[in-house]
Design a protein around this ligand. Structure first.
Ligand code: NAD
Length: 417
């Protein structure tokens, strides 16, 4: 176990380097694309409910805007560091490129534990963040969205603060908003839904019958909860295990995904779900199942546990769940990985649809959102799978080749390198 294997930005650079080598990129292009274009680190003083002040550290990294204004979520997490944000911003750049939407990549965050903040403290932190970084945001510059532990409500406060400063309406400055404030239909489950569409396509190409197969879900937040219900609804999979940061549950006969979500929402945990037995996160990852959905955080699948992974398909709803060493092992063993920046691109794709609707101030029905999302995800999956077949490389590298080539084309056309 090495530290570099677990530093997400080192992982992101290593993944990029492998693609740059395959593509034979020149030195200047490599240097430009293995680092962010711009980084902002800010101090955020917040008045706490007890009258004291606490200063939080906030970040916004704009990785590359050659294909369009940058786009990427905001994560509020106690372990947030500049390197996590850099890695996530890099992956956003490859993600918008692989689904071929006219945006670049960015990411932001605040080092904090939102579970320890009251609603009022969260609102003051959200507004404080916009007062610090608002000047570099905007629909033609950079557009944030929700990520781990940030919600539509937090997006609403941020949009309101931005509009208060600018003195005019700017619904497109942020996506993942509540629907009455210009949010898109279908944004809530978009990340997981996109993951289901690519899993369906993968199963077709790999000739795996998903109907009646089994699924295990690691992480039970936005991506994991919708992942579980949609795996059942759209793919006919039985959910045999699920976990959150407190522990996991399993039942080899399958669990009712909707009831499990209900249980999590009422008790705050998956543990104690009627009819289930406890399972650790480590055991869950190694379960014999048709599809494994890592939907928590980085570094879940490493060189240590990769040899024990049995899932036929691993659909990475989380960002960065697999380390580069694990990637190679999984490929050799025949576990097919649908890489994160393809598997979870449904979220940014519907965020992009939200921006489009905000800009022309006319809104689509949910069926239209689903149809357009399916079109984008299906095309992206086959672009990557065709590259995987052609180049005989592991699927993540194939996805990198597709995405990096598109970004390289844009920076070259602009005459940057
Ligand atoms: P969330 O905050 O809604 O949920 C995170 C979940 O992970 C929680 O249930 C938490 O308990 C669980 N968790 C944390 N540590 C864990 C651990 N060690 N083991 C098991 N579970 C653990 O966040 P989310 O929005 O669902 O995001 C999850 C992942 O999906 C992240 O990697 C995020 O970057 C990625 N993602 C999310 C979106 C989106 O639209 N929400 C889009 C793209 C990618």
């Amino acid at each position: 176990m090495t530290t570099t294997e677990y530093n997400p930005f080192t992982v992101a650079q290593e993944q990029f380097d492998e693609a740059a080598e395959m593509l034979g990129l020149d030195e200047a292009t490599r240097e430009l694309l293995r680092w962010p274009m711009r980084e902002f680190v800010v101090s955020l003083p917040v008045r706490m409910d007890d009258g004291s002040f606490k200063v939080f550290r906030g970040y916004r990294v704009q990785y590359n805007n050659s294909r369009g204004p940058t786009k990427g979520g905001l994560r509020w997490h106690p372990d947030e560091t500049i390197d996590t944000v850099r890695a996530l911003a890099a992956w956003m750049t490859w993600k918008t490129a692989v689904v071929d939407i006219p945006l670049g990549g960015a990411k932001g965050g605040v080092t904090c534990n939102p579970k320890e903040l009251s609603r009022g403290e969260q609102e003051r932190l959200a507004r404080g963040y916009i007062r610090q970084v608002g000047a570099i945001l905007g629909v033609t510059r950079d557009v944030p969205a929700p990520d781990v532990y940030t919600t539509p409500q937090i997006m609403a406060w941020m949009m309101d603060e931005f509009e208060t400063i600018e003195k005019e309406a700017h619904p497109g400055v942020i996506t993942g908003k509540p629907i009455p404030l210009g949010g898109s239909q279908g944004r809530g489950d978009a990340t997981a839904r996109g993951g289901m569409y690519v899993t369906r396509e993968a199963a077709k190409r790999l000739e795996i019958d998903l109907n009646g197969g089994t699924a295990a879900v690691q992480g039970f937040g936005n991506a994991g909860q919708f992942g579980a219900t949609l795996a059942e609804e759209l793919l006919g999979l039985k959910v045999i295990a699920a976990s959150d940061s407190r522990g996991g549950v399993q039942n080899p006969d399958g669990m009712d995904a909707k009831a499990l979500v209900e249980h999590k929402l009422t008790t705050g945990r998956v543990e104690g779900f009627p009819g289930s037995k406890p399972i650790t996160n480590e055991e869950l990852l190694e379960l014999d199942c048709t599809v494994l959905f890592p939907a928590a955080l980085e570094n879940a699948i490493t060189a240590q546990n990769a040899p024990n992974i049995k899932a036929r398909i691993i659909c990475e709803l989380a960002n960065g769940p697999t380390t580069p060493k694990a990637d190679k092992l999984l490929h050799e063993q025949g576990n097919f990985v649908i890489p994160d920046f393809l598997a979870n691109a449904g979220g940014v794709t519907v965020s992009y649809f939200e921006q489009v609707q905000n800009t022309y101030n006319y809104y689509w029905p949910v069926e239209q959102v689903h149809e357009r999302l399916d079109e984008k995800m299906t095309k992206a999956f086959h672009d990557v799978y065709d590259m995987y077949v052609r180049e005989k490389v592991h699927p993540r590298l194939a996805a990198y080749i597709v995405a990096v080539s598109r970004v390289v084309e844009a920076v070259k056309l602009r005459g940057w390198v």
